[in-house]
Structure formats: structure tokens, C-alpha cells
Ligand binder design. Sequence first.
Ligand code: GN1
Ligand code: MG
Length: 353
Amino acid sequence: MAYIPIHYLNNMDEQKRIAEELGAGKVLDAITFGDGHINDTFKITTPEEVFILQKINTEIFKDVDGMMDNICRVTEHLRNKGKRAFKVIGHKSSWRLLSFIENTYSVYVLSNPAQAETAARAFAVFQNDLVDLPGPRLVETITDFHNTPFRFRQLEDAIASDNKNRAKDVKAEIDFIYKHKESASKIVDLMNEGKIPERITHNDTKINNVMLDNDTNEAITVVDLDTVMPGSSLYDFGDMVRTATASAEEDEANLDIVYSKKEYFAALAKGYLSEAKFLNQYEIDNLAFSGWLITYEQAIRFLADYINGDVYYKTNYPDHNLVRTRNQITMAQSIEEQMDEYNEIVRKEIKNG
Ligand code: GN1
Ligand code: MG
């Protein structure tokens, strides 16, 4: 069945009423917006202004107050530094109203390496800007979010329960994940050994979370701050590699056209390293690996959700999570095949930077 935007099914009275309650003023129009996999997003129009209204998925984000507190602290800190960041206009239970970042766009599949360089620089600047965020430690909005061994155990649990009797159909995918089990804990181990430091990171650096200027194509700000929390800079670089070097969207079903593009990786490395001067040698040495790991982790997460019966990610058709899993496995393989070259790119960038 084709995906039908919610505003065709619903007159949006609830969304309009809540936006007004949260401070939008008289609302003229509400439509669905974006395609996040977790929260519901709406674009709200009033005679004067445009806003973003979101219904937070509280099954996934259990501590909404903690999350909103993180977001308010982070966005205020950025604004105090003269940076652009959306404003939280109001929030109540699972709803929040945010200012709209005017005159910007975002992309799902990049069309030139310059966009990758710009985006990577934007996420590095973001991390840099948060180095001096006054305490206390940010709340972990989802615990063990990028703990890959934990994600591996969640997959094992899904296979053990096999509620939908789907495990038998995904043997090859399960085999791929199990084959690489040894690599799953590399970053977590380095963090536990104190070699990779905890930093404030974005944790969802999907390339469409960078807002680019309609006229200049410069990065204006990064959005989707729900998972800004303590993490590793490698999670952020890794998710950029997963999304910004991809030749196609993460749910492209034709695997013949899915691969990781080397020139986009080079552009990411250049943009990121131009600003991320805080990285230590362990982080630098694992930049390329992090791209593989986060892609592998994403394959684990999609596969576990498929086996569990599609309870976490929104899906538009029955096998959507399986298509995503296969796509991410293909991306991980493509990154793995180019690992030596990707490492060499990082080494050269460090030498010349
Ligand atoms: C989810 O909803 P969205 O698209 O911002 C997910 C990310 C995944 C991403 C995969 C809280 O993000 O971790 O990388 O889907 N967010 C959460 O597309 O799980
Ligand atoms: Mg997100």
C-alpha cells in the first residue's frame, strides 16, 4: 500500500489546537513534514510565522523532560555563541513546538562531495561548540544508544523470541552480523579503557539533519537534537560515513546501485578534520572504521526490528526493515572493501592538515 500522508486522513484539528496551546498564535494550516522514523513532525503555519510541531515517541524517548532540558541547554549555549539553532517555543507532555529554520533545505543523498565537506565541518563545529557546555552532564536520552555489543545482544534476544517466525527468512543477514561479532565492541572497549574520551555528540548525524542555505548552500545549523548526549565523536563521524558516502537512500532495494563513494569519504574527512582539532590518536585511527561500525550497527538495528515485527522504526510497507537491513549490509561491505583506502585518506588528511 502506498504511504498516505496523515493530513489526507485527518483534519489536523488536534495538531492545530496543540500548536496554539504551545504558543504558535492563530494557526492557519498544519501538514505532515519530513520523514523521521521515530517522531511525528508537522509544519504549522500562522499568518506571521512557520513552526515545527512534533509528537515525540515516548515509547522510545522515555524521559521527555530530560531530553527537552538537554535540547534547551544546548540550543541556548549555541545561540549565546552567536550560532543559529532552533528555539523551543513550548512543550507539554509528548508535544513540542519549535521555531522553523527559514530559507534552508536538507538532502537525503548528496549530489556532490562539496556538500559532504560542508556537512562534516558543521558537525565538527557543533561538537566543538559544546566542549564548554556548562555542567551537569547531559541526560542520556536513550541509554546504550550506540553501544554496538548491546545492539548485538538485542538482536540475539529478537532471534531467541522470534515472535513473528521471521528468523528463518533472514539466515544470510544473521550470518553476516554474527561473522563480524568480534569487531562490534572495538569502540566501546577503547572507551572503557579510557583511550577514547566521552564527548558531547549529536549521535544522529544523518546527512539530512544538516540544514543548508537555499541561496549559498552553506550549512546553517544542525537539527534533530533528541540524541545529543555523552558519546564518542566516532559515532558522529561514523553515521556521516554511513549516510553521506551512500550512493542511494538507506531503503534503496536495488542493491546493485548501493555502495560507499570514496570521493565523498575524502570530502567528509577533509571537512571534519578541518574543525575537529580535539581528536586524539585513537579517534583519528578509527575514523574510517567508525563508518563501517555504525553502518553494521544500523544493519543490526533494522534486522532486530524486522524480526521483532517492526515495532521501533516506522515502516511504509511489510518488508521495509528487511530492505533497509540488506541495504546497510551492502553499504558495510562496500566500506569494508575500501577500508585501506579510507584509512590512507585519513592519514594523508592529517599529514597535510
Ligand atoms: C532514526 O527518526 P530518525 O530518522 O531521525 C534513529 C536513528 C537511525 C535512523 C536511521 C532515536 O532516526 O538512530 O540512525 O532512524 N533514531 C532513533 O534512519 O533511534
Ligand atoms: Mg533522529
